[in-house]
Every structure is written in structure tokens, then in C-alpha cells.
Write a protein of this length. Structure first.
Length: 220
């Protein structure tokens, strides 16, 4: 464990020397302890994801025998892509059409947004909720906050449709902070198999910087 921590801490320090000065807006400052904690959490998350893809019966690689699981490909962990933000709720949330990769139309509630400070700018990332038009998911996930995005790596190093970030359920405390950890950004199942259809991030949910964190393309 110690050697792994020191290895990723050295990656963090090298990244700092080469690029920390680019982060001009609300710079995030992490202690060595916090940096190691975040990196350990990311590595644990990735181990769990790998295990689920290999062994869980619901894995797309268990349901589609045409594709073989060869391990998820990730960017190295980078604490610069770990953010916290309040949930800024829209005064009048609206139901919008979100399209799936097979062309189907889905209704989601555009509920609010997070602020992501990066490279001297504040970037807005919309937050969505399920609606009763999808009764099964609505009953199970009515408080779940959906976040998806494209960025300057999309279609190049990362999946051409976009990626998702797990945020979890809405907190009843309106002042609470949510973790948006792009190190855990993941591909939807349609990235592995054409059997699946997944939500396509709207154009307004494009981040105009390279999110060099999280999952890479699976198929080259």
C-alpha cells in the first residue's frame, strides 16, 4: 500500500510541476494526506468496477458474448479533476428531451447545475433527474442526480458519445456540497456493446477543456 501511495503521489507532484500553474480559478489545494486518500478511493473504485465487469451477471460482457472483457482503460488518477460544488437548483426546472444512441426519445428533468472551476473559468454542468415517464427508473431513482458530459477528449481518447459521473442522491440540506470526481467518469454500456442504448449528453453539457481523467475508450 505504501509503495502504491508513493507512486501515485510522485505522479501528482510531476503533474503539478508541469501543469499546476494552468489552474487559475479557485485553485484546489490538497494536503498530502487528502491527495493520498483521494487516490486510494479512486483505485478502490476502479478495482470494484473491474470486478463487476468480470463477474457480475448484469455485466455487458456477460450479456453480449461477442465482446471479451480485457480490463477497463483509465487515465492516471489526478486530484486536479476532483471537485466539490453546491447544487444550484433552477427556479423553474424543465422537462427536456434526451436522446438515446438508438434514436429513442427520453424525458428528463433539467433540475439544476454544478459549477466546475478549471483553468481560470467556471464551467456549468447540468444535473438531471428521472421523470414519471420512465416509471420503473423513477420509482427506484427519483432522487438520483444524473450527470453526463462531453469534453475536448471526446471522440479522441475517450468514448465518442460522452461519459457519465456518479454523484448519488440529492441531499435534503440545500447547502451541502457534492463530490464531482472525474477520476471516476465512466463509459455507458453502449460503449462496449451495441446491444445497449444510452443517453447522449446534450451539446450544452460540453466542457470546453480536456477532462484527462476517468475512463478511456474501450474499443480502439
Amino acid at each position: 500500500m505504501k509503495s502504491r501511495q508513493l507512486f501515485f503521489l510522485s505522479l501528482f507532484i510531476l503533474a503539478c510541476f508541469s501543469g499546476c500553474t494552468k489552474h487559475k480559478s479557485a485553485p484546489q489545494i490538497f494536503s498530502q494526506t487528502d491527495s493520498l486518500r483521494i487516490i486510494d478511493e479512486v483505485l478502490a473504485h476502479r478495482a470494484e468496477a473491474d470486478s463487476a465487469f468480470r463477474f457480475d451477471p448484469s455485466s455487458p460482457f456477460k450479456r453480449d458474448s461477442l465482446h471479451r472483457f480485457e480490463g477497463i482503460k483509465w487515465f492516471p488518477p489526478d486530484v486536479h479533476y476532483y471537485f466539490k460544488s453546491k447544487l444550484y437548483r433552477y427556479d423553474k426546472p424543465e422537462i427536456v428531451n434526451i436522446y438515446g444512441t438508438k434514436g429513442e426519445e427520453r424525458k428528463h428533468l433539467k433540475y439544476g447545475y454544478f459549477i466546475i472551476p478549471f483553468d481560470g473559468e467556471d464551467h456549468r454542468l447540468n444535473v438531471y433527474k428521472f421523470t414519471p415517464t420512465d416509471p420503473e427508473r423513477y420509482e427506484r431513482y427519483k432522487n438520483y442526480l444524473s450527470v453526463w458530459f462531453t469534453d475536448e477528449t471526446t471522440g479522441k481518447e475517450t468514448y465518442n458519445v460522452g461519459r457519465y459521473v456518479e454523484v448519488g442522491d440529492e441531499n435534503s440540506d440545500t447547502n451541502s456540497l457534492y463530490v464531482i470526481n472525474f477520476n471516476n467518469a465512466y463509459n455507458p454500456y453502449c460503449a462496449y456493446s451495441a446491444t445497449y442504448s444510452c443517453a447522449i449528453p446534450p451539446k450544452e453539457d460540453h466542457l470546453n477543456f480536456a477532462v484527462r481523467a476517468g475512463e478511456l475508450k474501450y474499443h480502439q
